[in-house]
Design a protein. Structure first.
Lengths: 288, 475
């Protein structure tokens, strides 16, 4: 018995080894090294300085601003995209004669290269761009979209446009996997549409929901790439994100602050994800 | 069983991590023993290593050593220096590295170069000597990656400061330390139309003039002039003029210590307005054909003569004599011209061949190298400059470098008087201009454009600049 088990383990480790090694070389070890750096005052021959670097990062006004912006962006855009994609998934779940076309259209933004997205964005939202030309044409005065309080709204629009297709596909799969019998039974018993949605759809969609929320949060962090490409390393402070801060720290060779900021961000994400996973586990045990 | 496997896995991890650490430790060791005393902390040093001689000591003449010298652009000057130096010091190899690039990939390669050099320096494996022109030298200094050459110079009796342009050596100091030495430098000034100035009869003292005085003087001089001659200053863009004005009164707008900016203020909107007025009133223009003054960058004695004499050969009755003047300065209490260094070289604080690298650096600045006629910029070495200038005076004339156009085939006269005039500028240059515009400069120039194009009000622009600069300062 124990021999068999050992055999299993060896096989498992052997199969896991390639990805495990890759993961540790590219993620785990660098992150551990980064964590060590965040407690030292220099990358080479430095001394242990305790939480000095963390203090420096937290006392930086720009870091706090970046953290607040990132939280705000994720906090606003993720619920929004979830609600919207759920609506669209419901619409697409019906018999529509152009359903396949619509599905393709929704997924298309995912495969468009970033460079062309940025290009379009620039053409539309630049100070001398199309949108402002129209505004001026209708005598409404121009708005410097990327350099005003509205810049985050622009960011949200682009984020939703880019990621909604993926979420719709996931929700569609979730919706279609709910057994039809439940709805039929509910119909026979005369349940209203809202009732059905609340007690069947929402309940059976929750596992999918967890996954979609997680992916949306991760994707909301990725919007930095587009922002950076269009507004550079020091954008308007409404769209100055944590990644801007870390990127700029890297460019100014401040590894201490960079690693401390990264550690703080990872701690934040970790906390959030573990709370989510815990809730999911609770939910599962409740379902059983 | 499960536990055993887990333990094995954990050990493997710990092993890899500690192996990495061991590698690092080794490296530290080399760097520590190799990087000979720079005297940065004299007290600590004399306590721990009492036998160490002060300064870097003499370069090795017996041991094989390699000095890695990294530049972005390949340079013939450095290539020749390498050849000559290696011939003199057979045990030392200069490993000259540069980036092959073309115009299409210049920006991309520049970014890559800055990133890789930065990372290499942080991991202690950077080149021994680095050309800093394309790199954020301020950050390098902040991270203590560069040796303080000021201290090395003080402890090296071979390096005689007075052989060099001491005003430049003083000017490039950062917080009292010197973290790079330039091979050459450029100076800046205003090339004035001397005939028109004489004719107007207006007198002025360019060694102490503020922008207000300059504007008043210029307006008096250009009164009643025709369309081509009405401008006092040409060759300036409003947004860069704004940047220049801000930098001249930097402390008014940026407080680096308290990390705040003061752009949302009457001072700054006035400044923007002032620049705009200059352009509106036709005192300054980008496309003035024959302005009274024109901002010039003087690259070498030859360049100076060309800039100076060219105007005498203009066709269509526009020929005139020229004279170089100092630019107005926002702070008339501290007169002096501006200069910009070229090919500034830094010494890696953690280099294991510091003594050799410093020796090569001295060779780069020696008369043997600096006396060569084709180097760009004024040589930092004063003796070499004097020799070059003398050679020119003896030759008596300089050929035009333009292959086509009205200046083709012209030759320009050069006299001792010209060189004497130029000397005043070289010795008086005290304000360093950064080789690269700073982040703040970039932000100001980018945002100010909308104001000068008439699209945004001064207040709006000031707010945007304040917003972005604050983020930068508070990082």
């Amino acid at each position: 018995m124990s021999r068999l088990q050992r055999k299993d383990w060896t096989a498992a480790v052997l199969f896991l080894a390639p990805s495990l090694i890759g993961f540790s070389v590219f993620y785990l070890i660098p992150f551990a090294a980064g964590l060590l750096y965040s407690f030292r005052n220099s990358t080479i021959g430095g001394a242990f300085v305790g939480f000095d670097n963390y203090e420096a990062v937290l006392s930086s006004g720009s870091f706090r601003k970046a953290a607040a912006n990132t939280l705000l962006f994720t906090g606003v855009s993720v619920p929004l995209i979830i609600a919207l994609s759920l609506c669209f998934a419901h619409l697409l779940n019906r018999r529509l004669f152009i359903r396949n076309w619509l599905q393709t259209a929704f997924v298309l933004p995912l495969v468009v290269p970033v460079a062309s997205i940025v290009m379009m964005w620039q053409v539309l939202f630049d100070w001398n761009g199309t949108l402002n030309m129209w505004l001026q044409h209708w005598h409404m005065g121009r708005i410097d979209w990327m350099k005003s309080g509205g810049s985050m709204a622009v960011l949200t629009v682009v984020y939703i446009w880019k990621n909604i297709g993926y979420n719709i596909i996931l929700f569609l799969a979730g919706l279609q996997s709910i057994p039809k019998d439940y709805y039929e039974t509910a119909d026979i018993e005369g349940a209203s549409g809202l009732h059905k949605w609340l007690h069947i759809t929402s309940v059976y969609l929750t596992p999918t929901m967890f996954f979609v929320v997680l992916m949306s949060i991760i994707n909301s962090f990725k919007v930095f790439r587009e922002t950076y490409l269009i507004a550079g390393d020091y954008p308007h402070d409404r769209i100055y994100m944590l990644q801007h801060y870390m990127n700029n720290m890297f460019m100014s060779l401040d590894v201490q602050k960079l690693t401390a900021a990264a550690a703080l961000m990872v701690a934040g994400i970790l906390l959030f994800v573990s709370v989510m996973l815990m809730t999911e586990r609770r939910f599962r045990s409740f379902m059983e | 069983m499960k536990k055993i496997m887990l333990t094995i896995l954990a050990t493997v991890f710990v092993f890899t991590i500690s192996a990495c650490k061991a590698g690092n430790g080794n490296l530290n060791h080399v760097a520590d023993t190799g990087g000979v005393n720079t005297g940065q902390q004299p007290t600590e040093h004399s306590a721990s290593e009492p036998d160490q001689p002060k300064g870097l000591g003499a370069p090795s003449t017996t041991k094989q050593k390699t000095v890695v010298f990294s530049t972005f652009f390949p340079s013939d000057y450095f290539k020749e220096a390498k050849k000559k130096y290696e011939a003199k010091h057979p045990n030392i190899t200069i490993d000259l590295r540069s980036v092959e690039t073309d115009n299409a990939h210049l920006e991309e390669n520049l970014e890559k170069f800055a990133k890789t050099t930065g990372t290499a320096m942080l991991s202690g494996q950077g080149p021994d000597l680095i050309e800093m022109d394309q790199l954020p030298s301020g950050d390098y200094v902040k991270q203590k990656l560069l040796a303080n050459l000021g201290e090395i110079i003080d402890q090296d009796p071979d390096f005689k400061k007075e052989q060099y342009f001491t005003n430049i050596l003083e000017g490039i100091k950062v917080n009292g330390g010197m973290y790079g030495l330039p091979i050459g430098f450029f100076i800046y000034g205003l090339m004035g139309n001397e005939d028109a100035i004489q004719k107007s009869g207006v007198t002025f003292d360019d060694s102490h003039w503020s922008w207000e005085q300059f504007i008043a003087t210029a307006q008096a001089m250009t009164q009643g002039a025709d369309k081509d001659h009405q401008y006092a200053l040409g060759g300036s863009m409003p947004e860069y003029m704004t940047v220049q004005f801000v930098n001249e009164r930097y402390a008014t707008f940026v407080n680096q210590e308290q990390k705040n900016a003061n752009f949302v203020s009457g001072d700054f909107t006035d400044l923007l307005q002032q620049v705009k007025t200059l352009f509106d009133k036709k005192v300054v223009s980008t496309e003035a054909r024959f302005p009274l003054f024109k901002t010039v960058q003087v690259n070498s004695p030859v360049d100076y003569i060309r800039e100076l004499r060219m105007s005498e050969f203009l066709s269509g009755g526009n020929a005139h004599t020229s004279k170089l003047y100092l630019s107005p300065n926002a702070d008339p209490q501290h007169p002096g011209g501006s200069f910009r260094t070229y090919q500034t070289i830094g010494l890696n604080e953690r280099s294991s061949v510091k003594a050799e690298a410093w020796d090569f650096m001295k060779f780069l600045l020696s008369d043997e190298m600096q006396g060569k006629p084709d180097g760009a910029g004024f040589p930092l070495n004063k003796t070499s400059y004097a020799k070059k200038a003398q050679a020119l005076v003896q030759k008596g004339s300089i050929e035009s470098d333009q292959p086509i156009g009205p200046m083709k085939g012209k030759s320009f006269k050069i006299t001792q008087q010209d060189i004497d005039d130029l000397d005043k500028f070289l010795d008086g240059a005290t304000y360093p201009l950064q080789f690269k515009p700073s982040k703040i400069d970039e932000i100001i120039a980018a945002e100010a454009q909308a104001f000068f194009a008439g699209q945004k009000s001064a207040d709006e622009v000031a707010k945007l600049i304040q917003n972005r600069v604050t983020t930068y300062l508070n990082e």
